[in-house]
Unconditional design. Structure first.
Ligand SMILES: Cc1cc2nc3c(=O)[nH]c(=O)nc-3n(C[C@H](O)[C@H](O)[C@H](O)COP(=O)(O)OP(=O)(O)OC[C@H]3O[C@@H](n4cnc5c(N)ncnc54)[C@H](O)[C@@H]3O)c2cc1C
Length: 282
């Protein structure tokens, strides 16, 4: 289908982009990689009157390490994350998750910022963001604010970004941990039916497990985490018992791709696999 007609604006600085959004209010939408927004516009599920294309803002496209944190610009593509030497060394969970997104074209055009802001329940990034306890730096006409991952993913297709705001960057702490991202993907698109990010602190003092694709929004599997907390060694029995709690208290989604029961089952299976893999990498 063809989208309704819209005006196209291309700012050259972040400041200009924020001004344009403030001027056009609810009529405007940010365009990044366009791989979620354009399909939604073609289906007329989204009908912005103005598109503010931030695609040329190079200041939002970077991967840097400072003071024990890695800052990833919102416009960084999935492929740039997948192929980043810095991330492969200091935060390998992100390249591993990026490499499992969609296909080559999606990874070359889609951005981490667009994906997190869109908050698709089947998107891959929210699981890694929650497990790594990332922070989101957001710019708006009233300045910059920071939102923790646990507060950023609000609901299905709803993130903490307000109209007029632009996600600038995502900060992830660098920790001595072993990690893994595993998923059961929808065959045609690659979207997660169940995707699990596991982060095991080297001294086993902290385990984070987050699940995407299963519920309306990604979540931390707290039952799984507390089952393993403080254990010196992860035996196979301990991992199996912990993974059984991966969908505890969760209202799983049901659609043409998977029933709620199957999704909950996949959450448990993928959690077991992610924990085994992260554990073996220790
Ligand atoms: C065929 C196909 C397969 C896919 N498979 C997968 C998959 O396996 N896993 C997966 O996770 N994703 C998948 N995707 C989605 C893909 O990752 C998208 O690129 C991503 O969800 C959106 O990123 P984008 O840069 O394209 O954002 P856009 O489509 O440009 O924007 C998405 C939304 O975010 C807003 N936005 C974008 N950037 C910002 C910003 N910096 N600040 C404020 N608002 C912003 C836009 O206004 C819009 O509402 C797939 C998409 C397609 C088309």
């Amino acid at each position: 289908m063809i989208p309704v007609s819209f005006d196209y604006l291309r700012p050259h600085t972040l400041e200009e982009a924020v001004d344009l959004l403030a001027r056009h209010g609810d009529d405007a939408k940010v365009l990044a990689g366009g791989h979620s927004l354009i399909p939604a516009m073609k289906l007329r599920l989204s009908q912005p009157k103005v598109l503010v294309d931030i695609g040329r803002l190079v200041e939002l496209r970077s991967i840097d390490r400072h003071d024990g944190k890695i800052a990833i610009g919102a416009l960084t593509t999935h492929y740039e994350i997948e192929s980043s030497e810095l991330l492969r060394r200091d935060c390998p969970l992100l390249p591993e998750a990026a490499g499992k997104i969609g296909d080559v074209q999606v990874r070359n055009k889609g951005t981490i910022g667009g994906s997190c802001v869109y908050a698709d329940p089947a998107g891959d990034w929210p699981a890694s963001m929650l497990a790594l306890e990332a922070e989101f730096e957001i710019a708006g006409s009233r300045g910059t604010r920071t939102v923790a991952a646990k507060d950023f993913f609000v609901d299905m297709l709803t993130s903490a970004i307000e109209p007029g705001e632009i996600l600038k960057s995502i900060q992830v702490p660098v920790t001595a941990s072993t990690t893994a991202y595993t998923k059961f993907a929808q065959k045609a698109s690659g979207f997660a039916i169940a995707g699990v990010a596991a982060v095991i602190d080297r001294n086993r003092q902290r385990v984070s497990v987050a699940v995407t694709g299963v519920a309306a929004k990604a979540y931390r599997a707290t039952g799984t985490e507390s089952s393993l907390q403080g254990q010196a060694e992860f035996s196979q029995e301990a991992i199996v018992a912990a993974a059984e709690k991966a969908a505890e208290g969760i209202e799983a989604l049901s659609d043409i791709h998977a029933s709620a029961e199957f999704r909950a089952h996949l959450a448990r299976v993928q959690t077991k696999r992610a924990l085994e893999l992260a554990s073996s990498r220790g």
